[in-house]
Ligand binder design. Structure first.
Ligand SMILES: Nc1ncnc2c1ncn2[C@@H]1O[C@H](COP(=O)(O)OP(=O)(O)O)[C@@H](O)[C@H]1O
Ligand SMILES: [Mg+2]
Length: 360
């Protein structure tokens, strides 16, 4: 063989060898590739499962949240129902008690007038006796001294007067309790709010007038153009009365705290403003320049029997009644803003026509 041919043979053998090695490598890499594919497939499946699990748990969380919401709504409704039930039985109880107290108190109150009259008549006769028989027999003289006749005469009328004040107070409380617990009397009517305000102011004239210890309280009336409002006139008057009386009390209280020179006439003022909010609502604002109240008191003023006034003056029912009349009976809103030492402002918003606004 020629040398050239031998070289070619060797090269071919080498090439074949390399070829075999390469094929083996290829086979191995193909297996690796297949294994990789399988692993990838498994991974993909696993990921898909994880996503599915996640989606499921998300759904569960959402459902749980919805359940929790429903539960808390149910609890709130239940609390409201319990509260409503309690209030209604409390209302019935209050109405019953007020009714029972009403008769005997009126009985006592009515008879006190006669007691006063009869006592005065008896005293007149006694004075006549004393005048015409200045020197009675010794037995009468002795009894006059033991009975302390002079003191007795003086005290008798005082006692009758304080009894009258007492029964007057009980009657007022009973009346408030009856209004508070029986809101559904009387009927809805078309009412001129300005007329109501004016008549309430008229009744309160004696408290607004100048007094020795207090200059006149001025009332500013910023009346807007109001439509007739469908409401219970008597109850609305009651609300105006309660708010105005409180305003006067607050002004008097602030004035009592001041040194005389300090009280300037224009600082004793009640401002009543009326306006329409839109075609369906009207607003009445009553502001005073009285003592005002801190946040802590403001929060409580609508609670029945809450009062900061001395014993014998406040019943604590005025604002509770007013709130009920405005919110429950008339479907409106009663709010209060105040700065201690500067004054308070009450805002009443009521629908022009409750039935109409209910149906909207
Ligand atoms: N215009 C006002 N200025 C300051 N405080 C007020 C005013 N109106 C109400 N208040 C406070 O609200 C309390 C409750 O008022 P109310 O229910 O009318 O009861 P009362 O007048 O019998 O105390 C009052 O005792 C007072 O502390
Ligand atoms: Mg009051």
């Amino acid at each position: 063989m020629e040398l050239e041919q031998i070289d070619t043979l060797v090269t071919i053998q080498q090439l074949e060898k390399e070829n075999r090695i390469l094929r083996k490598k290829l086979e191995r890499s193909e297996t690796a590739c297949r294994e990789l594919e399988q692993t990838n497939h498994k991974k993909e499946n696993l990921l898909r499962q994880i996503i599915k699990d996640l989606e499921n748990s998300q759904k569960e969380v959402k459902e749980k949240r919805e359940l929790e919401q429903t539960l808390s709504e149910l609890q709130r409704t239940q609390a409201q129902l319990v509260h409503a039930e309690k209030m209604s039985s409390l209302g019935q109880l209050v109405a019953g008690v007020a009714h029972e107290i009403n008769n005997p108190v009126n009985f006592i109150h009515g008879n006190l007038t006669y007691i006063e009259e009869y006592s005065q008549e008896l005293l007149k006769i006694l004075h006549l006796y004393q005048h015409h028989y200045p020197n009675p027999v010794s037995e009468i003289q002795a009894q006059t001294e033991t009975s302390e006749l002079d003191f007795l005469q003086e005290d008798l009328l005082k006692i009758v007067n304080s009894m009258k004040m007492g029964t007057d107070r009980i009657r007022k409380i009973v009346q408030s309790l009856r209004i508070f617990s029986r809101m559904d009397e009387a009927e809805f009517k078309l009412v001129d709010i300005h007329e109501c305000l004016d008549s309430t102011l008229l009744i309160l004239q004696h408290r607004l007038k100048r007094k020795p210890e207090l200059p006149e309280i001025r009332v500013l009336q910023n009346y807007g153009n109001l439509p007739l409002v469908n409401c219970y006139a008597g109850q609305l008057n009651q609300v105006f009365m309660n708010i105005l009386v409180n305003a006067i009390d607050a002004i008097e209280e602030l004035n009592a705290k001041r040194i005389v020179q300090e009280s300037k006439e224009n600082s004793l003022q009640i401002t009543i403003s009326t306006s329409t909010i839109d075609r369906e609502w009207v607003r009445i604002k009553i502001a005073d320049t009285g003592v005002g109240m801190p946040e802590s008191i403001q929060k409580q003023i609508f609670n029945p029997f809450f009062t900061t006034k001395p014993i014998g003056k406040g019943t604590g029912m005025g604002m509770a009644i007013s709130d009920r009349i405005i919110t429950e009976t008339h479907g409106g809103k009663l709010t209060c803003r105040s700065n201690p030492g500067i004054g308070a402002e009450f805002t009443i918003d009521i629908p022009v026509c409750r039935q109409c606004s209910n149906s909207v």
